[in-house]
Design a protein around this ligand. Structure first.
Ligand code: GLU
Length: 376
């Protein structure tokens, strides 16, 4: 049973497992944590649990909270070092608050701090899946954030929107609800009086991207609409529904579900779990550009052969994830390379039977095998 409307978010059969992502501006203001609002949200989470749904919280706010305590300028986002220090301080208070407020409803909070690499590396991703599953089975409410204190620029999500989508995928959740400070996706800048809220999106197309206005309104979080759409892309590929809803109201889940205010990104056909993980990978080690013939063959489901490659970029090893692009720069697929970058370069345009003469060995006939590839 797939989610087809905002109401379905509260339906135990259609949405047995829900990820709720809460943005920084909702959790923290100038005076510290917005306790009364969080209390009301926790009541809604407890109600979902009482209906028989499992809930995972992805909570931002560590940087904003810690910056306040340490008196750092720009909300702790002036430099990476500030953000790391702020998160280290803020995270303690944040987890403590969730544990206390969930505890009042008899619910046990479980803290998970993840880095991008934890979800990009297949083995670590499966570990995260196992931990989340075990916690949910044991009745806990996982409260997840990025491990900002150790994540450096190149290896961080930087926004909890995409983290939430990846967590939903790792936990095999049915839906992600991104609570932020807007009602959803508008067809143009929401400040424009003619702007219209889109109730449903069937596929995040180039047209949908053009509607998004990048940059977060509050200045406290780092999300903005762009990262929400990237999250929607990860979710739709994994067969997970994603909703953007306004959290600035009291009891925001009810507002989305009962009043139907929000944007629902419908899941696409469910890709096999491993392929969805591959398609959602954010860190690719290189790019293979292919000619028209190879591009067509890929879309028909063939493996990528060296004969169709026109250029190789990046420093990747065998088994690393790479992007496959056409000559115009459109990304066609993600896949795991069967050869390292230098070998790929030497094989450009060559037939598979020449591989052995060129390299001295030829373990694979394809550069990216179709079983290790997901067409986007
Ligand atoms: N992980 C960041 C924090 O806890 C929030 C990232 C975001 O703004 O989405 O402060």
């Amino acid at each position: 049973m797939m989610i087809a409307s905002l109401r379905d978010l509260a339906d135990k059969a259609k949405c047995p497992r829900l990820v709720v992502k809460v943005g920084s501006a909702l959790l923290v203001d100038r005076d510290g944590p917005r306790r009364a609002w969080i209390e009301a949200l926790v009541e809604e989470i407890a109600a979902a649990r009482a209906r028989g749904q499992e809930v995972i919280v992805v909570s931002s706010g560590a940087i904003a909270l810690g910056a306040r305590t340490l008196k750092l300028e720009k909300g702790g986002r002036g430099s990476l070092a500030d953000a790391q220090a702020a998160a280290a301080v803020g995270q303690i208070a944040l987890s403590g608050l969730w544990a206390e407020l969930l505890g009042k409803h008899g619910l046990t909070a479980a803290q998970l701090l993840l880095t991008l690499e934890d979800l990009e590396d297949r083995r670590r991703y499966l570990n995260a899946t196992a931990t989340l599953t075990r916690l949910l089975d044991a009745g806990a409410v996982p409260v997840v954030n990025e491990n900002d204190s150790v994540a450096t620029q190149e290896i961080r999500f930087g926004d909890n929107d995409r983290l939430a989508a990846r967590v939903a995928q790792a936990s095999r959740s049915s839906a992600v609800l991104l609570l932020s400070d807007v009602d959803g996706l508008y067809d143009r800048n929401p400040k424009d009086p003619a702007a219209r809220l889109l109730p449903e999106v069937h596929g995040v197309t180039a047209e949908i991207h053009a509607m998004a206005d990048s940059g977060s309104a509050s200045g406290l979080g780092s999300g903005g609409m762009t990262s929400k759409l990237q999250a929607a892309e990860i979710a739709e590929r994994a067969g997970i529904a994603l909703v953007i809803g306004n959290g600035t109201h009291r009891s925001p889940i009810a507002r989305v579900v009962e009043q139907g205010v929000g944007t629902l990104f419908l899941p696409r056909r469910k890709a096999a779990a491993r392929k969805a993980w591959l398609g959602g990978r954010l860190r690719l080690k290189g790019t293979l550009t292919v000619d028209e013939g190879a591009a067509k063959a890929l879309l028909r489901g063939s493996s990528l052969l060296a004969a169709g490659i026109v250029s190789v970029e990046g420093a990747f090893h065998r088994g690393d994830a790479v992007a496959i692009r056409d000559k115009l720069g459109n990304t066609l697929a993600h896949g795991l390379a069967e050869y390292e970058a230098g070998e790929c370069t030497r094989l450009i345009g060559r037939h598979s039977r020449e591989h052995e003469a060129l390299l001295g060995y030829a373990p694979r006939s394809a550069i990216v095998h179709r079983d290790q590839m997901v067409v986007l």
